[in-house]
Structure formats: structure tokens, C-alpha cells
Design a protein around this ligand. Structure first.
Ligand code: WAQ
Ligand code: MG
Length: 277
């Protein structure tokens, strides 16, 4: 990748008020054309007929690009959504989120976090201690934007994840998003599960815990999903946090570790031991 000539490409497809799909890429100038075509193919694929497809292409100044290593990834083998949510809440507490804030987020995402009770296009921002919602627009939420894998890291993460049986593009894209979000100023942790009724997996991510996946954070067929960004409110300026999430370009240039599924009990025991040492 000729790193001096990088472009951010953002795609959003919608039908009326409804968000259908979106994607984020950062590519060299020579790949702008094919990437735009790929993203439009994605927006119109799977029987989708959006009313509107927005594609934005922005040149990035090399000096303004933050280069990061991806979070480590692990999957906790929970058998169903109920145990998934309870384990997720425990991981969140390990990242400094209060039980009260974790349970508020789970409730919002599970029932529709937008002001009108539907799924949001972006994420909630929540006080990690009190669970108070801080995003300026509770209908739309805040969208993390401008992040991608470098060509080399993309190839490497595809191999690592395929090695542990994870081949879904969603996982790769979510790991990139979560890596950027975890590095935001004042961020404690993130909680996410998809609004796709067929995709039951979700994750908790933080610098503290890495990217911890759960095969189930909701039941098959459930159309509700969303994201919560938990922040340490003291000393955090919400405007600069949002500015970082939306506009700082992040290129993920290396991978972390990718571990196979483990039993949640084992994961929590290891963490307790790790802290004792
Ligand atoms: N920034 C902030 N929030 C977003 C963004 C974004 N760029 N994109 C989506 N959201 C919010 C929005 O409320 C969506 O409804 C919700 O997140 C879910 O988005 O390791 O596919 O794109 O295999 O459906 C988890 C991967 C997949 C688990 C998550 O999310 C794994 C996924 P979706
Ligand atoms: Mg979705």
C-alpha cells in the first residue's frame, strides 16, 4: 500500500429512513475505483434495493493517520443469549463498567435504543459508572468512521481467523471498528451485537480485555441490535471523543493474537489469576 496516497471511502445505503448497510475502507489511490464498485455491489446485493446510496471519498493527509495494532481476540463458548449477556456483563465489569451501566446498555440494545424505540444507525455513548446516555442525538447515535486494515494486516487477520473457524466478514470489520473505538480518549469499553436477525454473535471490547466474542448475545430471529460506547466521564471531553470517532483516520497495520473458543469459567479464572500475579 503506497501509504502517502490513502483515501477514506465511506458507503451508506438507506431506504426511506431505514439504514440498510454501511462500510468503511481506507485504500491507496489506485484502488479507489474498484473499492467504490465493491461497496456499491454490497449495497445492492442480497436482494437490497436502496432508495439512496451515498459514497464519500476523501484524501487523507499521511500525517493525520493513526496506525494501530488490532485488539487480541477470543471467543467465550456460551450456549445461549441469556448466558451470553451475563458473561458479557461480567467482562464489562472487568473493563471498569458498573453493573448498573452494563445492564442499562443490554436493556437498551435488546429493546431498541433509538429515541423512537427502534435500532439506531450509530452507537449510544454511556457513562461507564451511571449508565447515563450522553450522545447528542439519541435517534441516530454516533458513528465510528474512517478505519480499515492495511492490505498486509487484512491478509494476516483473514488467515488467523480462518485458522480458528471464523470466516465472516462481519467479524473482521467489527474487530477493526472495535480497535479504533477502544483507542478513543476516555473510552472504557464497547458492547455490540448485530441487528441482523440471523447473526446472533456479539462482543465486548476494551484495551483492558481485548475483543471478547460471544456466539450468542441474542436469539436467532431477533431484529434488535446496537452498540454502546462506555466512557470514563471524568476528564473526558465528549466533543473531542466524538471528533476522534468520526474523523481520525485509523489504519490497522498489525494483528493481535486470535485464540480459539474457551469456556467462560476458564476465561474468568485466568483473569483473576492474572490480576493476582
Ligand atoms: N459506528 C457506531 N455504531 C455502529 C456503526 C458504526 N460505524 N455501525 C453500526 N453501528 C451500530 C448500529 O446501531 C447497528 O444497528 C449496530 O451497531 C449493529 O451493526 O465477532 O455486524 O453492522 O463475529 O449489524 C459483531 C461481530 C457484528 C461479532 C456486529 O453490527 C463477531 C455487526 P451491525
Ligand atoms: Mg446491520
Amino acid at each position: 500500500m503506497q501509504e502517502k496516497n490513502l483515501y477514506s471511502i465511506r458507503m451508506r445505503a438507506s431506504s426511506g429512513d431505514r439504514h440498510i448497510s454501511g462500510a468503511e475502507r481506507i485504500v491507496a489511490f489506485g484502488n479507489v475505483d474498484t473499492t467504490v464498485r465493491d461497496l456499491i455491489a454490497r449495497a445492492t446485493g442480497k436482494g437490497c434495493r436502496p432508495d439512496r446510496i451515498m459514497v464519500t471519498v476523501d484524501h487523507l493527509m499521511d500525517t493525520a493517520i493513526q496506525r494501530l495494532t488490532a485488539l487480541d481476540l477470543i471467543t467465550l463458548a456460551v450456549p445461549d443469549a441469556e448466558s451470553g449477556r451475563s458473561a458479557a456483563s461480567q467482562v464489562l465489569r472487568g473493563a471498569g463498567v458498573s453493573a448498573q451501566a452494563a445492564s442499562a446498555a443490554i436493556k437498551y440494545i435488546g429493546t431498541g435504543a433509538s429515541a423512537r424505540g427502534g435500532t439506531m444507525r450509530g452507537a449510544m455513548i454511556m457513562d461507564a459508572r451511571t449508565g447515563e446516555r450522553l450522545e447528542p442525538d439519541a435517534e441516530r447515535g454516533v458513528r465510528a468512521s474512517r478505519f480499515d486494515w492495511s492490505d498486509e494486516a487484512a491478509e494476516k487477520i483473514r488467515c488467523l481467523l480462518a485458522g480458528i473457524g471464523l470466516t465472516h466478514l462481519r467479524t473482521i470489520e467489527a474487530l477493526a471498528l472495535a480497535t479504533k473505538v477502544a483507542h478513543a480518549p476516555g473510552m472504557a469499553a464497547e458492547l455490540c451485537w448485530s441487528d441482523d436477525p440471523d447473526y446472533t454473535a456479539g462482543y465486548v471490547a476494551s484495551l483492558e480485555t481485548g475483543y471478547v466474542r460471544f456466539p450468542f448475545l441474542k436469539e436467532q430471529g431477533d431484529e434488535k441490535g446496537g452498540r454502546a460506547f462506555f466512557i470514563n466521564r471524568d476528564g473526558t471531553n465528549i466533543d473531542s471523543l466524538i471528533e476522534y470517532l468520526q474523523t481520525t483516520a485509523v489504519l490497522i497495520v498489525d494483528t493481535g493474537t486470535c485464540k480459539p473458543e474457551i469456556d467462560p469459567e476458564e476465561f474468568f479464572e485466568e483473569r483473576v489469576k492474572g490480576q493476582g500475579a
